[in-house]
Design a protein around this ligand. Sequence first.
Ligand code: PMT
Length: 405
Amino acid sequence: MCGGIAAYKAAELVRLLRKQNAEVQVVMTESATQFVSALTFQALSGNPVQTQLLDEYEEQAMGHIHLARWADLIMIAPATANIIAKLSYGLADDLVSTLSLAATCPIYIAPAMNQAMWRNPATQENIARLQQRAVTLIGPEQGEQACGEMGFGRMSEPATICQHLMTALSSEKISPPESKPPLSLLGLKILISAGPTREPLDPVRYITNRSSGKMGYALAEGALQAGAKVTLVTGPVVLQAPATAQLIQVETAEQMYLAVTARAQDYDIYIGAAAVADYSPAQAKAQKIKKQEQETTLVLQKTKDILAAVASLPDRPFVVGFAAETDDLEGYAKRKLQGKKLDMIAANWVGKAQGGFEKDENSLHVFWHGGDRVLAMTDKKQLARQLLGLIIERMNEKNTVKNPG
Ligand code: PMT
């Protein structure tokens, strides 16, 4: 823990982790102890709290090395701009920074600071450097700050952090793979959409988005590896499709709509990972639009909603949507789950430094009726397997397998 007003939230985090049977050792910087007393954390964690790098007793036993070897995971919450800068430059002048430098386990940070400090290019460069070294970021969230300002910089809620950590601790990266049964989708038919759509303006121009197809292709690959039959309806991407998937290449939202809705009833699961255009030009011009006036206006019309159409089919598959959001992730995702009558929705942040469009890594907050699960930041292939595992869990509960065996 570092010193910041969000330090009080760390007490709840320790309590939640202990409730999940995690063994917790708390290390506090000097300034953290000025916000909340070490005694509070000793009582909550059931372990002595470490605060000093040069403790005459601890250092005989090389306290920081011992702690670094002991931990399966290090979570720095709250992580101030100061500790983020220290970690990024490899400084080691207190116990938190020194043990982080000595650690070989995954490191997670939950930043908490004033919004201007968070936005400062120095902090953003430090964050980018840490992410390149696979330090995982949880938050920060947007909202009102202790200083009265609005913006990104609030530490994520303890329950959200706890969920991230428990998922990470139970993932193959940290616990031995044999502790989880292998994912089996044998006998299932899965229809997946991936990539962007292109909506033509004229023969040479189109409207599109940043989707690379990586998330949808990772799902196709994961499903095939787990024994499913997969049809991949894909917008234009530069990825190599898995050889054993049935590949249907489309360009526009209308073509994707036709390709998906013509097939969906024959499948057990439909996963809409594609970033489908919500609007397309009302009329694509037959000739190249000429440069004339200073300003021009595009008339756009709504495309058909593929997910909602699949979900309203009489013999529908288990329908999983995605939600790509830049704010109020949970609110919008839940509205899409309800509004489009989906079985499940996997929400991800877009437009942030980490995850979302184009990146190799992503994290998801998955919602279904009556539950949710956070899948922590990891590479899209691993994340796809985790999402497929969740889908199967939910389907088994609903008992909706159409093509057994
Ligand atoms: O492709 P990558 O670079 O790997 O990036 C992954 C991703 C960010 C594209 C992916 O994880 C993701 O979020 N996909 C959905 C993007 C999107 O269009 O989100 P949305 O919130 O605008 O749409 C919600 C859902 O409705 C999506 O499942 C979408 O496929 C579906 N939709 C949208 C419009 C439409 N006309 N028909 C649809 O079916």
